[in-house]
Design a protein around this ligand. Structure first.
Ligand code: ZN
Length: 176
């Protein structure tokens, strides 16, 4: 059983908390959060969602890359649950590109992110996973990871001029 939950919106306190480490992924409460996280991401048609965005302050997130107009070469991946994730950058190279967030509708902004990272997490089966991520998937990971630390992407924007409305963003994408 799962429930599509309302996505917490910017200003909600839960988005500004450091989420708790998950101790037992088999606990009924955790299983409920996991199921609702999958259902809520699918319903919102997003490429990622972190548990605090459904008002569950736990260190869990899903990333689900797929190609889009902006990222035509983004890999198509099954939604992947990451529990207690961590990462390190594999180089100092950071690139600025557009991001949006289900918790901050109506705007987009350019955000610098590491282009190559090594990530660690516990998967849905309880196994420890180590993976290298690059490009768009690395970007989505870093965006979702920030939510676990009470950060949103606007916190990483270098200039207010890098923030635009969704309608202007769509015009830009049409020109590309
Ligand atoms: Zn977000």
């Amino acid at each position: 059983m799962s429930e599509v939950r309302i996505i917490a919106q910017l200003g909600a306190e839960v988005l500004r908390l450091r989420a708790h480490e998950v101790q037992d992924i088999n606990a009924p409460e955790m299983q409920e959060v996991i199921n609702d996280l999958f259902a809520s991401l699918a319903s919102a048609n997003g490429v990622g969602l972190a548990a605090p965005q459904i008002s569950a302050s736990w260190r869990m997130m899903i990333i689900a890359s797929r190609p889009s107009e902006r990222y035509p070469y983004a890999p198509e991946m099954e939604p992947t649950l990451m529990i207690n994730p961590s990462f390190e950058s594999l180089s100092d190279v950071r690139e600025k590109d557009w991001e949006g967030c289900l918790s901050i509708p109506g705007i987009r902004a350019k955000v610098p992110r590491f282009t190559q990272i090594k990530v660690n997490y516990i998967n849905a089966l309880g196994d420890a996973v180590i993976q290298d991520l690059v490009g768009f998937v690395a970007r989505v990971f870093q965006h979702e990871y920030d939510h676990l630390d009470g950060l949103v992407y606007l916190d990483r924007v270098e200039s207010n001029k890098d923030i635009i409305s969704e309608s202007e963003f769509l015009k830009l994408m049409a020109v590309d």
